[in-house]
Design a protein around this ligand. Structure first.
Ligand code: ZN
Length: 509
């Protein structure tokens, strides 16, 4: 053996010894499996003026986690295909493109997935490179799970088997346009059967629930089936709980933060020994993953149009559905003013249910997206003449569900008038007093009234009495709601608005 060969042999022996040493450490080290989780993500671009969220940043975070540990699963806790301004054009296909680019592994169906027509939703499922879960959505025609969705999946990492299943809240049926042929079955019973099978028959080493439920339901779920971890969604609130020893997590919405959950298994026994978790804020300090640029590019035209600034707000705007359907709000006042100004009427009147977005807008820039998110329906703003008696009828109708319903869509936001109502009185008798232009409402007087044509010609939200009004500006000559809203923002001094609560609506009881 010459010197060169001897040296080579020495190197090989050294390498073998080193390899063995590395192998030795690996035998002791736990098998780590990391779940990266987000929920309720309606747009792939960042939110809050670019400060938070953004799927290009999520991809960067995922790539970093992959460097520490190749055993990574990316999960979504449902609600992504709707509602959004983009979905009006692309029917959720834009989100599927984005999730495919991220390399999402699993998503549970959220209630909002069923805002889409079933035929559209089935197309989206087909386009998905990830697996949808939702074991308790049953097609009553076949008795099988909706869209051929698997009851559960099993992923194996270094011999460790993890079972994953998804369930959805029963309320999904009433709060979406889910087909009559679909049924949401009991999530507890469903999970109990599947988890038992995963543990006893499939011999998995851990079970993870991917859910779209209210937290109280998640807690109940943890009582009726033996989960190691539940990753949820639906509330849009950062929630961390434990029930029956099972940790339950959900993050806010639109990927403002990402949950990172690492399950540590004994390499020999495969037993789950411990869990680590961390909530990572997704901020503008995280660079975009360059691979995501193709997605942004594909939807560039619409995104650019939507991101066009129309003005600013110097105050926080309350566009929450609950607020706009129960009390006077600053944005409700502003929109009602916009209707009244645009039509040149005595009164501007907005049904709270037509103010959408369901968001709080912090002071800052307002974009076209914000305007359309708040008023998405493109309703013409018509002007009619009402006598005082009918106006009182309108007001009584507007608060007739305020004691009975959590969020009555008919609840009004008003301009040019004030009123007080008492929810302890019977419906139809709740208006205590009302003023128009600072003067007490007179039943014989005539008032001009600007509102959405949806209420006038279609009797929307039950406002059938509005059809009695004499039409002064009809739908064919009327301007659209989002257009008059946008114009009022642009026309404000420095295009900056600062609407306030002014005591236009007072509630007793
Ligand atoms: Zn939901």
């Amino acid at each position: 053996m010459n010197k060169l060969k001897r040296n080579l042999l020495a190197v090989i022996i050294l390498l073998l010894a080193f390899g063995l040493a590395v192998g030795q450490t690996n035998t002791d080290a736990p098998v780590k499996v990391t779940f990266l989780h987000v929920n309720d993500v309606y747009q792939f671009m960042p939110v809050e003026g670019g400060k938070r969220g953004g799927l290009a940043r999520l991809l960067t975070l995922k790539k970093e986690v992959l460097k520490e540990n190749p055993n990574v699963l990316f999960t979504l806790g449902g609600d992504t295909l709707s509602p959004s301004v983009e979905t009006r054009t692309y029917k959720g296909a834009q989100m599927i493109d984005a999730w495919n680019a991220i390399g999402l592994d699993f998503s549970v169906f959220g209630n909002h997935e069923f805002d889409l027509k079933t035929t559209e939703l089935l197309k989206r499922i087909k386009e998905s490179k990830f697996t949808w879960l939702g074991a308790n959505i049953v097609d009553t025609n076949t008795g099988k799970i909706f869209a051929g969705t698997p009851e559960f999946v099993i992923k194996e990492f270094d011999g460790v088997k993890i079972g994953i299943l998804g369930v959805i809240l029963p309320e999904a049926k009433e709060t979406s346009s889910m087909d009559d042929t679909l049924k949401v079955t009991d999530y507890c019973l469903t999970a109990n059967l599947i988890v038992s099978r995963l543990r006893r028959v499939e011999k998995v080493d851990a079970v993870v629930g991917l859910t779209h439920l209210f937290m109280a339901q998640d807690k109940k779920l943890a009582q009726c089936a033996d989960f190691d971890l539940i990753l949820g969604g639906h509330e849009h609130t950062l929630l961390q709980s434990s029930s029956n020893g099972t940790p339950i997590f959900k993050v806010t919405a639109d990927a403002r933060e990402m949950g990172k959950f690492t399950l540590n298994f004994d390499r020999t026994t495969k037993k789950l020994q411990s869990m680590d978790w961390e909530l990572i804020p997704v901020t503008d300090e995280i660079p975009d993953a360059p691979e995501f640029a193709v997605i942004v590019d594909k939807y560039k035209d619409l995104l650019e149009k939507l991101s066009e600034p129309v003005g600013r707000t110097s105050v926080t705007l309350d566009a929450l559905s609950l607020s706009n359907r129960t009390k006077e709000t600053n944005i409700g006042n502003f929109i009602a003013d916009a209707y009244r100004d645009a039509a040149g009427a005595d009164i501007g009147f907005v049904n709270g249910g037509s103010i959408r977005a369901d968001l709080i807008y912090s002071p800052g820039v307002l974009t076209k997206r914000d305007v359309i998110s708040m008023l998405p329906f493109n309703n013409p703003i018509v002007k009619i003449e009402l006598d005082g008696k009918t106006l009182l009828e309108v007001l009584e109708h507007s608060v007739a569900r305020s004691a009975e319903d959590n969020e009555p869509g008919r609840f009004p936001q008003v301009s040019g008038m004030k009123f007080t109502f008492d929810t302890s009185k019977p419906a139809g008798n709740r208006i205590v007093e009302a003023f128009v232009g600072g003067k007490r409402l007179v039943e014989e007087a005539k008032y001009s009234f600007a509102t959405s044509d949806f209420l006038v010609s279609r009797g929307g939200d039950g406002y059938s009495m509005l059809s009695k009004g004499k039409v002064l500006i009809g739908a064919e000559n009327a301007r659209k709601d989002s257009e008059v809203f946008e114009q009022k923002i642009r026309k404000a001094p420095d295009s900056t608005i600062s609407p306030r609560l002014e005591g236009r609506i007072k509630r007793i009881n």
